[in-house]
Write a protein that binds this ligand. Structure first.
Ligand SMILES: O=C1O[C@H](COP(=O)(O)O)[C@@H](O)[C@H](O)[C@H]1O
Length: 234
């Protein structure tokens, strides 16, 4: 199945093919924003899925010096950990042509993510409407670091602040996440979904929208920003 009612779904055979197409689309949007406003803001996700996307993106010929990049969420680990999303950005995205981009790291060095949330709130809240947000999804239906059944989920989906510290019960590490409200304050939102398992989760999340069980369903049903799904079977 490759259709979801009311949502634009782009289907590919592989994450590589998907990444090539999504990278072209993102570069097009960023270039257009730079032409119109002199700057652009790109929000990306961490985890394993976006690696091929970052390899494609970092070679795009746009004026990266006018692009601000930030993460949708961070795992509260040291920045040299292989599970650090910050490390992923620094090693896979901020290189080649994209090395010239400005990067706002969510890793502050605070021991507790709650203190980082307070320290970064004004900075992240005052960024302009994002031009592009690329969201991944875990097999449990989480997106950014808004996890099912975690104590902070409701606040992350409903509160007006830009950042929230979360403690998942379905995954390791405390997290720092942009909230739904801040993430959907974007001209373009893409879901980057790979594999049959995640596709089934997304289908279920959309057919039986229950944000407590599938936080990602709350983004689609918010109806504020059109969502484009980029899906590859492998
Ligand atoms: O923990 C996280 O998980 C999701 C999904 O990661 P993936 O490895 O299944 O692609 C990711 O979108 C998020 O940024 C990350 O912190």
């Amino acid at each position: 199945m490759n259709k979801i009612e009311g949502i634009n779904v782009n289907t590919f055979d592989s994450n590589q093919a998907l990444s090539s197409s999504l990278s072209d689309r993102i570069a097009e949007i960023l270039a257009c924003a730079i032409e119109q406003k002199g700057e652009a803001t790109l929000v990306v996700s961490g985890g394993r899925t976006p690696k091929p996307l970052f390899s494609e993106l970092n070679e795009q010929s746009i004026d990266w010096s006018k692009v601000t990049i930030l993460l949708a969420d961070e795992r509260w680990v040291l920045p040299d950990s292989d599970d650090s999303n910050d490390k992923l950005i620094k090693t896979c995205l901020l290189k080649n042509k994209a090395a010239a981009a400005k990067y706002v790291s969510l890793f502050t060095g605070h021991e507790h993510a709650e203190n980082a949330a307070k320290a970064l709130e004004t900075r992240i809240a005052s960024l302009p409407t994002f031009d592009v947000v690329v969201l991944g999804m875990g097999n449990d239906g989480h997106t950014a670091s808004l996890f099912p059944c975690c104590e902070q989920l409701e606040a992350g989906l409903t509160q007006p602040q830009a950042l929230i510290a979360t403690q998942p019960i379905t995954a390791p590490y405390t997290r720092l996440s942009l909230t739904k409200q801040r993430l959907l304050n974007s001209h373009n939102v893409f879901f980057h979904i790979t594999g049959d398992d995640k596709w089934s989760v997304l289908q279920t999340a959309l057919e039986q929208p229950d944000p407590k069980k599938y936080p990602i369903s709350d983004f689609v049903h918010a109806g504020t920003t059109p969502i484009n799904v980029y899906y590859s079977a492998a």
